[in-house]
Design a protein around this ligand. Structure first.
Ligand SMILES: [Zn+2]
Length: 307
């Protein structure tokens, strides 16, 4: 079918649309207003403009997609990079953690050493006579802070250990020297020549000191040592002898009762007997002798009486 438009020459006439199908005899003439033709043209123009606008939008869209794709790739690369960095950070953190753990261990060791030092200080101070405060270890000294702190602490511990051993040895030696009288009472006779207590005549040598008191007064060891005699000795009566292991021996005579057997390890101040008048005695008293290398010495050369 063919379509033809005939425009009229005057404005009053209508234009004509001729429709010519295949069969000629059925040709149709369709009068058509000019307005419709204009509208038709306008429609075609709008269609073309719209299409070109759509094409332009489509192109822009395509470009945007490409740009987004590109930036997405960039983002992915950045993420990869950050992930790698994160792994590095994780490694660094685990290293830090290890270092911190090492410091913790070192700190625990230092704390242990400080406890040892405190213990040693306490032990040394407990050994030193409380009156002699000049020898006491004072607290609060500052330890040198350096990378070799543990070495410094080790040195301090070693020196304290040596001091503790020295003080302990010294105190142990002191405790083995007879320095106290064995009982409370009245000094009735001293070391040296004296008249015979029974006859009052003929001077005799008194090998110890006599301390007089009541029957049963407790007799104490004058120093640390081992009991080597606990029994009767003619003249001395019921007697205790203690060997102090350093050349000193002490003898306690005329007891009424002996309370420690031979072989007993005694400390200064331990009860060893009770006062009596056994043996050659005129009344209840303790005859106390100190022997150095088997020779009787004046007990007051060692014993200082409290004023
Ligand atoms: Zn005597």
């Amino acid at each position: 079918m063919q379509l033809k438009i005939f425009f009229s020459k005057t404005n009053t006439e209508k234009d004509t649309l001729i429709m010519t199908p295949e069969k000629r005899d059925k040709t149709k003439l369709l009068p058509i207003s000019r307005l419709i033709i204009y509208l038709l043209l306008l429609f075609i123009i709008i269609l073309v403009v719209s299409l070109s606008a759509l094409i332009s939008i489509y192109r822009q869209h395509k470009q945007t997609v490409a740009e987004l794709k590109k930036s997405n790739e960039e983002y992915l690369a950045t993420i990869k990079h950050l992930e790698a960095e994160n792994t590095n950070h994780k490694d660094a953190i685990s290293e830090y953690k290890e270092t911190i753990a090492q410091y913790d261990e070192e700190a625990a060791a230092i704390r242990q050493k400080l406890i040892q030092i405190e213990e040693l200080e306490r032990k040394v101070n407990s050994l030193i006579d409380s009156k002699d405060s000049s020898m006491k270890l004072s607290r609060g000294g500052s330890f040198p802070v350096s990378s070799s702190l543990t070495q410094d602490l080790d040195k301090k511990i070693k020196s304290l250990d040596t001091l503790f051993t020295k003080v302990s040895t010294h105190i142990e030696q002191q405790r083995r020297i007879p320095l106290i009288l064995p009982c409370i009472g009245r000094i009735s006779s001293t070391f040296g020549y004296r008249p015979n207590p029974f006859t009052g005549k003929n001077k005799e040598f008194h090998r110890g000191v006599d301390i007089a008191n009541k029957y049963g007064t407790p007799i104490y060891a004058s120093a640390d040592g081992i009991v080597t005699k606990s029994g009767w000795i003619n003249g001395y009566g019921y007697t205790i002898i203690i060997d102090h292991g350093n050349g000193y021996e002490t003898l306690y005579a005329h007891n009424s009762k002996l309370t420690v057997p031979v072989g007993t390890a005694v400390n200064r101040g331990d009860k060893i007997a009770e006062m009596g008048s056994s043996g050659r005695a005129t009344g209840p008293h303790s005859h106390f002798e100190i022997r150095l290398n088997s020779q009787a010495i004046n007990p007051f050369s060692l014993i200082v009486l409290a004023s």
